[in-house]
Structures are given as C-alpha cells and as structure tokens.
Design a binder for this molecule. Sequence first.
Ligand SMILES: *Cc1c(COP(=O)(O)O)cnc(C)c1O
Length: 424
Amino acid sequence: MRPFGYIDGGLAAGPVRLAAIAAEVGTPAYVYSADAIEAAYREFEAALAPARICYAMKANGNLAVLRLLAGLGAGADVVSEGELRRALAAGIAPEKIVFSGVGKTDAEIETALRSGILQINVESASEVRSLSRIAAGLDRTASAALRINPDVDAGTLDQISTGRKTDKFGVAWDEAPALFREAAALPGLSMEGIAVHIGSQLGDLEPYRRAFRRVAGLVRTLRAGGAHIRRLDLGGGFGIRYRDETPLPLEGYARVVEEEVGGLGCEIVVEPGRRLVGPAGVLLARVVAVKETPERRFVIVDAGMNDLVRPMMYGAWHDILPLEAPAAGAETRPADVVGPVCETTDRFAEQRPLPPLVAGDLVAFCEAGAYGAAMASTYNGRPLVPEVLVRGSRFDVVRARPGFEESLALERVPDWLARPGCGG
Ligand SMILES: *Cc1c(COP(=O)(O)O)cnc(C)c1O
C-alpha cells in the first residue's frame, strides 16, 4: 500500500495534506513519511531476522532519515567518508557500519579504521594491499570482506547492474580465492567474509540465487583451505513498484538466502537502500505554465532534473499525481511534463496521460524517496530542494532550502580579479 493517498480530494501523507506542506515550505520540496520508512524497515526485520540490516544510505542520506533508522536498530552501508561521518553523526554505532565502494582513498580508509567500523569491503588486489599497509601503520586490525563479482546479470537496467564481469565492481570470480588467501596472510587484516551486490531494483529472485550459490561455493573452497569465514554481506537491490513492477518478495528472498547460504553458519548482512525509503517519499512541484503547441502539451513544473534526475539518467518512470484529485470522469490527455532547466533532457515524462492541469496546480512525483534528493545538484543555479519528514499528524523541515547568500559563501573572487581595471 502506498503511504500517500487522497483524503477528501487532497493527496496526503497519513492525515497530513501535502498542499499544506507546499503552502508552508514552498515547492519544489521532498516529503518523506517516517511511518512508511519504519514499516519498510519492520518488513525487513520480520523477513530476515537475525540478519544485520545495514541501510545503504546513498539512497537517502538525510540526517533525520538516518536518525529514524538508527533508532529502529539499523546499521549503515556507506560508500564515502562523507557518508561515514554522516552515519556517525546520526548516531549509528560504528560496529554497525560497512564501508563499500570501488575507489576508497587512503584518507577514507584511515578514517574508517580510526572509527572502528564493522567491516571494510575490499574490491581489488591493490585495495587489499593498501588496507593492510594503512591498518598496520595505525597499529590496528582491519576487519574486511572481499567483494566478489559473481558474473551474474541482475536482469535490471543496464546502468544499475553491478555484478557482471564487465562491471567495475568486485574482484573477478576466478581471482577471488587466491586474493582472499593472500589477504588473510597480510598484516593488519582480518578477513571475515565475502560480500556481493549484483545491482539495484531487482524484481526477480533468480539472479540472487545464482550469485549466492557462487558465494557459497567460494566459502566452501576457502574453508577447505583453512580460511575462517564468519560473515556474508549479500548487498541490496530489493526492487520496488514505480509503474507496474512487482516488488521483490522479501519472504521469497529470505528463502533463497536460507537455501543457498543458510547452512554455512555465517552472520548475514543485507544492505537495502531503495526499498526502505523509495516508496516513502514524493517530490512536490508546482505547475509554472502549460504550453500547448501543435505537437505537444507541455506541462512545465518548478522541479527540474537537478532535483530528481532518475527519469533523465535512467529513463525511469515516476507516477505523477495531482495534489487535488481530478473530478470524477475528468478526461486525461497526453502531456510532456518538463522542468525549467536548459536541457532538452529535462523531461520527467513524455506523452503521459494526465488530467487537466493549469499554472499554479500542485503535483507529486511518486516513489521519489530514494536516489532523489540524494542525487540532486545545483545545476542552473538552483538551490537544493528542502526535505520534510511527516510523522503521524506532524511535519518538520529536515533540510532547509539554502539561501542565496549561503550558496555563494564558499566562492571567492581572487584579488587579481577584484581589482578594478586590471586584466591580470
Ligand atoms: C547501492 C548499493 C546498495 C543499495 O542498493 P539498493 O538498490 O538501493 O537496495 C547496497 N549495497 C551496495 C554495495 C551498493 O552499492
């Protein structure tokens, strides 16, 4: 069930009218339902306990969202020092944090080691050596897992597949056993497990089954050689419904985990991102103008590709709902819903059947809680969009819209330019 629905003709998050939020905060604005995030987290807990749930915070790194999840017991999967610091600032315990990513710098590794996080997932021979060197230099032991590339096609969008041998992620399947053994013998390293993440927005269980089966085979091979493996990080990728997809069945996923790796006696880590926050968020926008040309009906809104880039980056679909329910029997006509950014690709939907809309009307882009605000930029001099969290009948701004002065604050005009009449 969607966390957003019409109450007396107005789209609402629980009992809170989205139009009331737009009136107070302005548009564009992201709105998240804390109740929906909590329900999604509970669903993972119910299906997968006692697995560790490390929220892949790149989906939505807002501090309040992190604090909410931390309070529910979630850990975090981070992919940069910025995310690590954010997770710690939100109160997520270091021993619940996993550091993933294909290009960690020495400085990032050092911060992770000093923070005492649960695990660093290493993705290449050179990273294995760097981690050992840095940990030994700090007189620490790095708890690590080897991320392998299982060469499995997740069957999702090309741009968000990560587990094929042509993708940059993980250690090639054939090289994994030798590299794991090499790593286990290095100073400063405690190789605790294997990690795998095959892609995002998976609707089908079979790619997971194939990947986990390969992981299990690797664990058996390594154990036969004397390795101690106590943790398996199975990644994220749990698909949601944007248009007509069937969300990945979590009970089915749990069964696959049990069948493929349940017998290995390892602690299990999962890293859901999208599934925890995607359906719990909408992006509110206001119609600036409607332009009818002989070819098209353009609905121009005040949100742009800098605020929500998924349609432009992946050709992704987001349902678009008017905040005021259309009159019963209102006719729908195709419209191109576009933003104000000076790019032809700044288009959220092409020839989308929509009810009548006029300037001033409000719309919501659905399922925008994941990879929405997190991927936003300030292109075209547009400030980052504010974020609002709804809980029960209250709502709070959890990131303010930056002021114009703030957006200039880090920029400097060098004095050779500041001096009048001097060409440098
Ligand atoms: C992006 C990512 C995730 C989360 O993916 P979702 O599709 O949002 O669940 C989990 N683990 C790793 C390593 C990732 O890069």
